[in-house]
Design a protein around this ligand. Structure first.
Ligand code: ATP
Ligand code: MG
Length: 486
């Protein structure tokens, strides 16, 4: 077997070997190369202790106590920027399900491989000219067969570190592999242990799972193996939740199908996650029976649930906000002639023009995921045309021809809630008719509004807001009624 290794990796191996240490490539990169895939990162295992590694490599960082030293290289390739070199080690158990209680450095690569999770991840290649794998657990054979099999006794592996339950599913989805029978049995049996794993670790594996092309299979597997109730219980609520006559799939299946489409199209992470969660609110808003059930407001309930799910899993504030927003606004229906330009402007103001692209992607995943390809493309093109037409119109208070300072000057008032209220009423006027966005008109209107008390303004701005909501319901609600899409 011949491997082509990047210069940076070879160099690190040579430097360790020159100093009399061993150096092996281990883990995902060996697996990926064997499968003719490009490794996402490079891991080297060595008998040199962390202090020694740092002595040999000036530009290195040792941030944890588990023996991994990150070595910075000059490479521009993101997979090669930092190469991790880890001292041969074994781990104690993860009694708090976060970190190993202890790590112990060991002398041989074989011992190091024995602490790894799956046989396909427990292969090593000697950087000192080895042509054969170091393969104590039959990883090469399992790679050939396409099987994820735990190293030695599966139940023991999952008890030591329950994150491996999820890793097994992620790897099999990522590689398109089957799960070995005893490994799968052990996952079912130990599934509930995943609830004790630190949420950050679960989040990182879940993210990798969602980014694989077979993400949907992975979610189905999580469900069938009994892991889903401990990771996203809200999705489990959709299992067996039948929909109305316009849908062939149950809620869970439909959410998964939407993700399947988003993954197939290689859409970005937030779109995939939003596709998976877009109808998560349906089970809790289901009313009626049989073929006529409704799910009114499921996008509002769903957005709240998405926020809760993602917060619990410790996703970043940005991911939480964006995904929640996509779930909230995925019910965007449009039909030529039914919605005025002002309606599109109001909708755009609410949703944010920068989010339209992703909202349409989620909507597309929703449609294709329900297996009802209607004549949307024409409507969609028309909508895009309308958006194009109005998107340079003022949609935000900042785009008004007069600002907060002007309002204060005109009325001779100091900063306070009144200024914001007036601006939002002005914006409503301009959304309805962009030609009103002139200094002259807005100054006049401001003077008019200045006569009202704060309390009266509050009522007026609430009324304007309601008008906006009604307009939005005009887009969403009317269409929904018309097409029974709920
Ligand atoms: P990817 O291709 O996504 O990087 P990977 O297999 O390299 O997949 P990493 O999380 O980078 O996954 O881990 C590198 C290696 O470390 C694994 O191949 C495996 O040998 C070992 N490993 C990682 N996490 C665990 C774990 N929880 N238990 C046992 N071994 C693990
Ligand atoms: Mg890796």
């Amino acid at each position: 077997m011949k491997f082509k290794l990047p210069r940076e990796v070879k160099r690190i191996g040579e430097m360790l070997i020159e100093k009399g240490f061993q150096a092996y490539l281990v883990g995902g990169c060996v697996r990926d190369m064997a499968m003719d895939m490009d490794p996402k990162d490079w891991d080297i295992a060595t008998d040199a202790k962390p202090e020694k590694i740092q002595e040999i490599f000036e530009d290195s960082v040792y941030e944890n106590t588990f023996g991994t030293v990150g070595i910075k290289t000059e490479s521009d390739d993101p997979t090669l920027k930092v190469i991790e070199v880890t001292t041969f080690r074994v781990e104690g158990s993860y009694s708090d399900k976060r970190r190993p209680d202890e790590v112990r450095f060991v002398k041989t690569i074989e011992e190091d491989l024995s602490r790894r999770d799956f046989t396909i991840n427990a292969l090593a290649l000697d950087l000192n000219g080895g042509k054969e794998y170091i393969d104590p657990f039959g990883g090469e054979k399992d790679l050939g067969k396409g099987i994820v099999r735990a190293v030695r006794n599966p139940e023991d592996r999952f008890e030591e570190d329950a994150l491996r339950l999820l890793r097994a599913v992620r790897l099999s989805a990522q590689l398109g592999f089957l799960m070995e029978e005893d490994t799968e049995k052990a996952i079912r049996k130990k599934a509930k242990l995943i609830q004790h794993v630190a949420h950050e670790r679960v989040r990182d594996e879940l993210t990798k799972l969602i980014m694989t092309p077979h993400a949907a299979d992975g979610i189905i597997k999580l469900q069938s193996l009994g892991l889903l109730p401990y990771i996203i219980p809200e999705l489990e609520e959709g299992v067996g939740c039948k929909q109305n006559k316009h849908h062939v799939y149950e809620v869970f299946e439909h959410n998964v199908k939407a993700l399947e489409y988003a993954a197939k199209k290689n859409y970005p992470f937030e779109v995939r996650l939003a596709s998976l969660l877009h109808d998560v609110g349906k089970p809790r808003t289901k009313r009626g029976r049989g073929k006529d059930v409704t799910f009114h407001g499921h996008e509002i309930v769903g957005a709240r649930m998405a926020k809760h799910i993602l917060t619990k899993l410790k996703f970043s504030k940005e991911v939480i906000e964006n995904v929640t927003h996509l779930v909230r606004y995925h019910m965007f229906y449009y039909n030529v002639g039914d919605v005025s330009e002002a309606g599109v402007r109001r909708f755009l103001a609410r949703v944010g023009p920068e989010n339209i692209d992703n909202i349409l992607k989620v909507r597309e995943a929703d449609r294709i995921g329900s297996r009802v390809p209607k004549a949307f493309p024409y409507k969609l093109r028309h909508l895009l045309f309308m958006i194009e037409k109005v998107k340079r119109d003022p949609l935000h208070p900042k785009m008004l021809k007069i600002k907060g300072d002007d309002v204060m000057n005109i009325l001779g008032i100091s900063p306070g809630p009144k200024v914001g209220m007036i601006l939002s009423i002005l914006l409503e006027d301009v959304l309805a008719d962009p030609l009103k966005n002139t200094k002259e008109y807005l100054t006049g209107k401001t003077k008019e509004l200045g006569d009202f008390s704060e309390k009266e303004l509050k009522i007026l701005s609430k009324k304007a807001q309601e008008k906006k909501e009604r307009a939005e319901l005009g887009i969403e609600g009317e269409m929904k009624k018309k097409y029974h899409v709920t």
